[in-house]
Design a protein around this ligand. Structure first.
Ligand SMILES: NC(=O)c1ccc[n+]([C@@H]2O[C@H](COP(=O)([O-])OP(=O)(O)OC[C@H]3O[C@@H](n4cnc5c(N)ncnc54)[C@H](O)[C@@H]3O)[C@@H](O)[C@H]2O)c1
Length: 251
């Protein structure tokens, strides 16, 4: 189904060299967007951009470290050079599949700083780099990738995602008057290689606790992301949409 307001737009998707981000990039391309595959893993990002071009859509790979002000600025400049401006930003990149499992009180401090630099500051750095172009483009919107982990008190991973929800609310207020909407998606456990690496056999227990008894699929997130970027959500901003099989439900 084609959604209004996406065709012909320029979309940057960070961390789109695999997993859910690859789904976002391909979903946007299928709707007629020009997609920047922004990724730290060069081979993976190039593969996704190639596959999108082979499908007949426009795509460009741009190497980026979302934790770096210089690198995110260069990403935005390269996207503008390639496609003339930036309409959509999907802040999906995160250290996840290979993250250390440790507690807040024990985690190595340098590791913690780098983790928060990527998983928390990364979305803000990308938003700061893209905003000057986005505010000139009608219908511009940002989607931040949170997680249901934000609500579960699960160490530095959850802490960064809780911050992502806060960044979403703050940026929605700051950018709304410039016509840029900012929302977040909080996926529940979703079927990617990264989840297999981090959750392992525990993934089965997660599914057993879900009202809708299956893992999420990247497509479940893609549908939510397309909605939040499209004209169908033109009066929605500052929201965190749980796409989670009912994992987080409040009475
Ligand atoms: N899979 C799940 O169950 C699940 C659940 C909730 C939230 N999430 C979130 O969804 C997003 C995607 O998760 P996924 O399962 O597809 O994992 P993934 O590891 O496949 O995706 C993360 C991507 O970000 C890239 N990346 C890492 N550091 C980067 C950096 N500094 N700069 C640019 N790119 C960088 C990685 O190379 C990778 O391609 C993440 O934000 C994750 O926290 C995943």
């Amino acid at each position: 189904m084609k959604l209004d307001g996406i065709e012909g737009k320029v979309a940057i998707v960070t961390g789109s060299g695999g997993g859910i981000g690859e789904g976002y990039a391909k979903g946007l391309a299928a709707q007629g967007a020009k997609v920047v595959v922004a990724e730290i893993q060069k081979e993976n990002g190039e593969r996704v951009a190639d596959e999108i071009r082979q499908s007949g859509a426009e795509a460009k790979f741009i190497e980026v470290d979302v934790g770096s002000p210089e690198s995110t600025k260069a990403m935005a400049d390269a996207a503008i050079d390639a496609f003339g401006g930036i309409d959509f930003l999907v802040n999906n990149a995160a250290i996840f599949g290979d993250m250390k499992l440790d507690s807040l009180v024990n985690v190595d401090w340098d590791y913690y700083r780098r983790f928060m630099n990527v998983n928390m500051d990364g979305a803000l750095l990308c938003a700061r780099a893209c905003f000057p172009s986005m505010k000139q483009r009608p219908g511009a919107a940002i989607v931040n990738q949170s997680s249901t982990a934000a609500w579960m008190g699960v160490g530095f991973y959850g802490l960064a995602k809780l911050a992502m929800n806060g960044i979403t609310q703050c940026l929605a207020r700051e950018m709304g008057h410039a016509g840029v909407r900012v929302n977040a998606i909080a996926p529940g456990p979703t079927d990617t290689q990264a989840l297999k690496n981090t959750a392992g056999e525990y993934a089965g227990q997660l599914v057993a606790q879900l009202p809708l008894s299956r893992l999420g699929q990247p497509e479940d997130m893609v549908n939510a992301c397309l909605f939040l970027l499209s004209d169908a959500s033109s009066w929605i901003t500052g929201q965190v949409l749980n796409v989670d099989g009912g994992q987080i439900s409040r009475l």
